[in-house]
Design a protein around this ligand. Structure first.
Ligand SMILES: [Zn+2]
Length: 280
């Protein structure tokens, strides 16, 4: 974590301090976790970003392991959003016993932001989201960009977990990723699933120099991928019946009994059903 309690108040490592200064503090100061009040250690090395770590692993506020990637990401997101909005880093919310990476206060809404780089179970995600909503915070999940799997210009592979991080921008489904190494936010707009793991989307890159927090919630593109989505769907429709698995058998049987060709889209089925067996 980047924030710790001292006798004189909170210290945030979001600001950069010299190595000498940090080493001096390490010798002289006592640091405590702002959530559970237990002692924490200031870790200063040459490889990893300076941070605080619990001496014991237990803490009332659950948070993911502090990789450098995660620390760097939340620090950069903090600097970006705090350039134009009120933002708190690792603020502990005692009522709901949560410590989101960032709390962003806009004139109309309050957001609890998690920079999610590690896996998170569905139950933990649901629990945290419910807690944030109870506290009148809108939960917003920004994933580590390492998780993004781009298959082609408009095609992406999504795990079951990534689907759970969907958010809305201009009422269309969106996913947010942040790359600490490039300091860019990658936004997948207009998500349209092809299957449970493959989806089509439009990629937009947002950066601190050109965009604000509000740009996360507005769409920046028009979908360009409908023709390739239709092409892929058509290829699937004409091929899946060649190798039907057991799950598909009852479905295909029902289509057969109703004279419906399985390769036709739903809207065409009724039109073609009557003529299918005449024309093949
Ligand atoms: Zn703690």
């Amino acid at each position: 974590m980047l924030v710790a309690q001292t006798e004189k108040g909170l210290i945030s490592l979001a600001q950069r301090f010299s190595l000498e200064q940090l080493k001096l503090w390490k010798k002289e100061k006592q640091f405590y976790c702002p959530s559970c009040q237990s002692p924490v250690q200031l870790k200063v090395g040459t490889k990893k970003i300076p941070h605080f770590a619990h001496l014991k692993k237990t803490c009332v506020a659950q948070h993911e392991g502090e990789t450098d990637y995660h620390l760097d990401g939340k620090r950069k997101l903090f600097h970006w959003f705090s350039s134009h909005l009120e933002v708190e880093l690792e603020s502990y919310l005692p009522d709901i016993m949560q410590r989101p990476d960032l709390l962003v206060d806009t004139p109309s809404q309050k957001y609890a932001i998690e920079f999610q780089c590690a896996s998170l179970s569905s139950s933990a995600l649901t629990k945290r989201s419910i807690h944030y909503e109870k506290g009148n915070y809108i939960p917003l999940w920004i994933m580590g960009a390492k998780r993004m799997k781009r298959l082609s210009t408009y095609m992406y592979q999504l795990s079951f977990q990534e689907w759970q991080f969907l958010t809305l921008s201009d009422y269309t489904p969106t996913l947010l990723y942040f790359s600490p190494s490039t300091n860019q936010l990658l936004k997948l707009e207009h998500l349209i699933p092809f299957s449970s793991q493959i989806c089509y989307a439009q990629l937009v890159v947002l950066s601190p120099h050109e965009h604000t927090f509000h740009d996360l919630f507005s769409t920046h593109t028009q979908p360009q991928f409908f023709s390739s989505w239709i092409k892929k769907k058509k290829a699937w429709r004409t091929h899946y019946i060649l190798y039907p698995n057991q799950k598909l058998q009852p479905f295909l049987h029902a289509l057969y009994e109703n004279n419906i060709p399985p390769s036709l889209p739903y809207s065409s089925r009724s039109r073609h059903a009557a003529t299918f067996f005449i024309h093949g």
